[in-house]
Design a protein around this ligand. Structure first.
Ligand SMILES: Nc1ncnc2c1ncn2[C@@H]1O[C@H](COP(=O)(O)OP(=O)(O)O)[C@@H](O)[C@H]1O
Ligand SMILES: [Mg+2]
Length: 287
């Protein structure tokens, strides 16, 4: 499985690019796509999923140009869009049968496949109730069932953890790790902790362009030996932030603990072990 994105741009309006001259090669495994809101994550994922077409450039899956031959992608694809709306009046069976028809999945295998997914995703008990009555996490599991209906080889989740509580996030993470055997899984988020425990490779993007990609270790190397923690007075914070890249602040005994990135640490600063979050903040603030 190889997905190749070559010099892809998406022009929305006369001079508004959603994505600009973006190139990346993706092999099997879990790819975490990280970027602040407006970075172009959804723009990119929709083009990979053949929901929209690039203005320029080529996207190919196993050397097949999917801009020209969208069906080659669609047959192997499972896609959970960011704005995945379910049909509130349908129950889960009805919805999955409808989605199966849309994907061209049918035959004698369909009913057992649906049953297997409902059991796997712990939806059996509620499957006959209307989806409109489900919690956020239950709706998302219906979305995941839809993604997996056709045993996809390339699986795309756009901001799948939005609206999930911490327990549901953990459950989702475990599920993704199980999926990734032989597939390409792409997972987008603007929150580092959503992907840092599961992604084999990470892409960081901003303003429609790629800032960096690589293993988590590769990316963390950008900030090795530059992450420090120190204590300042509350009233010094604004000034401190103007002069340093601050990753996080916590209050402690009337003081402020700041974690920050610097080449020239203050004398009383303690060096910290660099994390993906540190690298992400550094790279998105300096690019
Ligand atoms: N349909 C559209 N028409 C015009 N501009 C759009 C459209 N969709 C997205 N954009 C713009 O393209 C940029 C990238 O958006 P998007 O891909 O949604 O980013 P992300 O998913 O990373 O938050 C943003 O500046 C956004 O406002
Ligand atoms: Mg988005």
């Amino acid at each position: 499985m190889t997905l190749e994105i070559q010099n892809v741009s998406k022009l929305y309006n006369r001079n508004k690019y959603g994505l600009k001259d973006f190139s990346l090669r993706i092999d099997k495994g879990i790819l975490g796509l990280l970027g602040p809101n407006g970075a172009g994550k959804s723009t990119l994922l929709k083009m990979i999923a053949t929901v929209s077409k690039p203005t320029e450039g080529i996207i190919s899956l196993n050397k097949n140009n999917i801009v020209k031959d969208a069906n080659y992608m669609r047959k192997q694809l499972g896609f959970l869009p960011q704005d995945f709306g379910v049909y509130p009046n349908l129950n889960t069976y009805e919805f999955l049968e409808y989605m199966a028809a849309m994907k061209g999945v049918g035959g004698a295998n369909l009913k057992p496949r649906i049953k297997q997914l409902l059991e796997g995703l712990n939806l059996m008990e509620v499957a006959k109730k209307p989806i409109g009555s489900y919690s956020g996490g239950m709706k998302q599991r219906v979305g995941i069932a839809q993604v997996l209906l056709n045993n996809p080889k390339i699986i795309i989740f756009d901001e799948p953890t939005v609206g999930l509580d911490p327990e549901e996030r953990v459950r989702f993470r475990n599920l993704i790790s199980d999926l990734a055997n032989d597939c390409i899984v792409i997972l987008s988020s603007h929150i580092v902790s959503d992907i840092d425990t599961i992604a084999d490779k990470v892409v960081i993007m901003k303003n429609g362009t790629l800032i960096t990609h690589g293993s988590q270790d590769d990316i963390i190397k950008n900030v090795t030996n530059t992450v420090f923690e120190t204590t300042i007075k509350n009233e010094e914070l604004a000034n401190f932030k103007a002069q340093h890249i601050v990753v996080s602040t916590t209050r402690k005994d009337g003081h402020m603990m700041v974690r920050y990135i610097t080449e020239n640490p203050l004398e009383n600063a303690t060096e910290m072990e660099a994390s993906l979050e540190d690298a992400y903040l550094y790279l998105t603030k300096t690019n």
